[in-house]
Ligand binder design. Structure first.
Ligand code: GLC
Length: 614
């Protein structure tokens, strides 16, 4: 019932305490080396296996589970294929693609000797100020429901089928149960203030679909519902999830999430287990939690029947995952699949996902680009695979990564360099947009959010230029010189970019595309024969704001008046003229979010949006 972090529990300690599970948290890897090799991962998995299964004390030794955040590919592992984050997959409207990504991800996770991914995230995101917006597929529950089962069966195989949890498959996690996308002002780990009907109908569908598809684990959510922490919410975790929904796998806490339930750690542990948490993901003090739980059971504060139920659920999942009939991780057939990690077929799949995720917001005709033009590629996102991957990539926040951390993959600029030159075309990289005497035919400016994860990405308004005015300056300089401009926007959420839209002749949202940035050029350039190679396909799965405080903004809500609605996305055949947009920034002067919530003051409410013009 105790899950410890690999940085805090050696294999020897895992064996001594007979731990049931370990995890590598975001940015944690064997030996603390983010460039750890496939063999490093397999060797450590073997070491834990041997330490626990090898114990003489247990005739039928109980193998442990190793869980990881493979949330957009096996993204913690050097050399893995990193797929677009879920917000980009939402724009593809392609469930088959989501399923195929699940299959590929499971293959890469199993190849490293791990058993379980904490994915998919099934948040229905209702306020885009939330730092985890990009981990969600959409603001619309129906799209989350559609994708939930596809990702789960991609990862685990079809429930009841021959390949279910077989070789090359891993356990999935329906997370985070429940209501994380409903918190006030989008505050991470905040309070979801809504009716039970909304919790069920808007935020519960993805979990129901995941469970129907055979998801074997559910991760409890950090947030509260009407002021009560979900990690201590017996009605939600036991009566609804295990009773009403009939979930027969096990519930894992989020990272130390159970400790938020009460001030005293031992009491918190007891209340969380009694509420229905079966496995405690312990970020740091796992020995304390181990002893606390034993002490709480001994004191009669946790009934033995609850312990038996939790253990039974965990053993049931381990049996279904064929752990008891399995072998050392490195001896498993999936671990012999040494080409799995970064398999070119997976990278092709990721590149296709990038193409299908792009959303064209504006095009006055500058796109598609011919291959015989002189292109200048500017912006700090042009040649930075770390930036295009976003959070949960090699490091928890996705920061601190550079080209050497990505042995495979292509930046967006790399894609342009591959597409041009043909017949006299050229491409120049100039992050600050400067150029010499010879002006380019077109300037492409790649810019956007720097990587973040969880609460570090929370914002109190949606104005992009308020945080980074440089791209707008580059765009405006180009316009002054009469050079057509194309913006490629890397972002984990819709943001207010009216000034940048006005300074762009075409504007493409690329979301957080992952390692295969060349997928962008595939769509922006004509094919080799001068025709359109790949048309735009993406459609917004999140509504786009009219101003920087225009959130919450969700299709179907009263007064819905977005700049670009849910489902919007131009094709080359469409007239992409959108006119001149209002640049008055209602968020101007708002204090930058300093990461503290201070007095818990509520953020400025969005003024009621005026009805749109006809
Ligand atoms: C984090 C996240 C959760 C993740 C877990 C393990 O805090 O909330 O999504 O799976 O910890 O890294």
């Amino acid at each position: 019932m105790i899950q410890a972090e690999i940085g805090n529990a050696t294999p020897g300690e895992a064996g001594e305490f007979a731990l049931g599970s370990i995890l590598n948290g975001g940015g944690s890897s064997p030996g603390g080396n983010k460039q750890a090799s496939l063999d490093d991962w397999l060797s450590l998995a073997d070491a834990y296996y041997d330490a626990v299964v090898g114990q003489e004390r247990f005739a039928d030794a109980i193998p442990m589970l190793w869980g990881t955040d493979a949330v957009h590919g096996h993204s913690n592992v050097y050399g893995a294929t990193v797929f677009p984050h879920n917000i980009g997959l939402g724009a593809t409207r392609d469930g088959d693609l989501v399923h195929a990504i699940g299959v590929a991800t499971a293959r890469e996770v199993a190849a490293t000797g791990l058993d379980w991914t904490f994915a998919p995230t099934l948040a229905v995101v209702r306020d885009d100020r939330w730092g985890r917006t990009y981990e969600g597929y959409s603001e619309h529950p129906d799209l989350v429901v559609e994708y939930a089962g596809r990702m789960v069966t991609g990862l685990q195989g079809d429930a009841g089928g021959a390949g279910f949890l077989g070789q090359g498959r891993v356990l999935a996690t329906s997370k985070h149960f429940i209501g994380e996308g409903q918190t006030t002002d989008g505050q991470d780990q905040g309070d979801a203030v809504c009716s039970e009907e909304m919790l069920r109908d808007v935020h519960g569908g993805g979990h129901r679909a995941a469970i129907a598809a055979g998801a074997q684990t559910v991760m409890a959510a950090y947030n509260s519902w009407l002021g009560n922490k979900v990690h201590g919410h017996r009605y939600l975790l036991t009566d609804v999830l295990k009773g009403g929904l009939g979930f027969d796998g096990f519930v894992v806490s989020d990272w130390d999430g159970f400790l938020q339930v009460a001030d005293d750690p031992a009491e918190a542990c007891a209340r969380s287990v009694n509420a229905g948490v079966d496995m405690l993901m312990v970020g740091g003090e796992w020995r304390r939690t181990y002893h606390d739980l034993l002490q709480q059971v001994g004191a009669g504060n946790v009934p033995m029947a609850r312990i038996d139920d939790a253990v039974r659920r965990i053993l049931r999942v381990k049996a279904r995952a064929q752990l008891f009939s399995g072998s050392r991780p490195s001896q498993r057939p999936a671990a012999q699949d040494s080409n799995a990690l970064g398999d070119p077929a997976h990278r092709d799949l990721a590149r296709r996902a990038v193409r299908r995720s792009l959303v064209l917001l504006k095009n006055d005709g500058v796109l598609p680009l011919r291959r015989d033009v002189k292109v200048l590629v500017a912006g700090d996102g042009a040649h930075d695979i770390g930036k295009q991957c976003g959070g949960w990539t090699l490091t928890w926040q996705g920061t601190g990564n550079d080209a050497a951390d990505f042995p495979t993959g292509t930046s967006i600029f790399d894609g342009f360099a591959q597409a041009v030159p043909h017949n006299g075309g050229s491409v120049v990289l100039s992050p600050n947009g400067e150029f010499g005497d010879e002006a380019p035919d077109v300037a492409v400016v790649v810019f956007g959010e720097n990587p973040y994860a969880e609460g570090d990405g929370d914002r109190n308004h949606l104005s992009y230029s308020a945080l980074d005015p440089q791209p707008l300056a580059i765009l405006r300089r180009m316009k002054e010189r009469g050079i057509p401009t194309v913006s490629i926007f890397l972002t984990g959420r819709p943001l207010w970019v009216n000034p940048e839209l006005n300074a762009s002749d075409a504007f493409v949202v690329a979301w957080l595309p992952g390692t295969e940035g060349a997928g962008v050029a595939d769509v922006l350039f004509c094919g080799p024969q001068g025709n359109v190679g790949y048309d735009f396909h993406g459609r917004l799965s999140f509504s786009w704001p009219r101003h920087a405080l225009h959130t919450p903004l969700n299709v179907g809500e009263a007064g819905y008046a977005p700049l670009f609605p849910y489902g919007y996305g131009l094709r080359y055949r469409d007239n992409g003229e959108i006119g001149v947009l209002d640049e008055s920034d209602v968020a101007h002067g708002l204090p930058a979010l300093d990461g503290t919530r201070g007095d818990g003051s509520t953020y400025p409410r969005c003024p009621v949006a005026a009805e749109p013009d006809d």
